[in-house]
Design a protein. Structure first.
Length: 225
């Protein structure tokens, strides 16, 4: 069955053109032109992924994302005309899976949809887990716990942590992480890795400013201890 993609944006031109590109790529598209109707459609239709615009009147994309994350871990790609670091950090803090700055090509966005869905649906490689003190990364059911408490990670956050955990005690180069987690189309986007490492630390580290699990090797990459 085709994966369903919900587009929430108040731009009528984008709502006309983007679904056509998604359907040409084999997806089933849904569309909403404001935050409240998009939120309701997300809960009613249960799409496989949401493309969410930030700047909308009334309920903006940030608020929609907050409501979604309270009840759902489904993948979210944020669209914004803002490319500043603070805006990207806000998106990653809310648990988005990708952040695309306008203007963008529809081909690029559709490719990113495929990459995010690929991370969300990747099958486990083996029935095993890695433990570090009270942190447990279970590869079999894609579950992460700290002191028995389930840590809610987005598909991208989990995939990044999984790759590092599978290489425990070995430093993994940023370029390798980009290739394994995001795919070749993200080559050179080093900031992506940095933002997601920051977001994961907020969830698994007792003191994110003094991490014990995800260690930075400056100028090279990251290591799972």
């Amino acid at each position: 069955m085709s994966k369903s993609i919900l587009v929430i944006d108040d731009d009528p031109t984008l709502l006309e053109l983007l679904p056509a590109h998604l359907e040409a790529a084999g997806y089933r598209s849904l569309a909403a032109n404001d935050g409240p109707s998009g939120l309701q459609m997300a809960f009613d239709e249960k799409p496989d992924l949401i493309i969410l615009d930030v700047m909308m009147p009334g309920m903006d994309g940030w608020e929609v994302c907050e409501h979604l994350r309270k009840k759902s871990g489904l993948p979210i790609i944020m669209l914004s005309a803002k490319g500043e670091e603070v805006d990207k950090l806000r998106g990653f803090r809310l648990g988005v899976d990708d952040y695309v700055t306008k203007p963008f090509s529809f081909a690029e966005l559709v490719a990113r949809v495929g990459a995010v869905l690929g991370r969300a649906n990747r099958a486990p490689q083996s029935a095993q887990c890695v433990t570090s003190d009270e942190l447990v990364v279970n590869f079999d059911d894609h579950r992460v716990t700290v002191a028995g408490r389930i840590v809610e990670l987005t598909p991208t956050e989990y995939r990044l942590l999984e790759v590092l955990a599978r290489h425990a005690n070995r430093t993994v180069a940023v370029e390798t992480l980009l290739a394994e987690v995001w795919g070749s189309q993200y080559a050179g986007e080093i900031e992506h890795v940095k933002h997601y490492i920051w977001a994961i630390r907020q969830k698994i580290e007792a003191d994110p400013g003094d991490p014990k699990h995800l260690i930075t090797e400056r100028g090279y990459g990251y290591r799972f201890e």
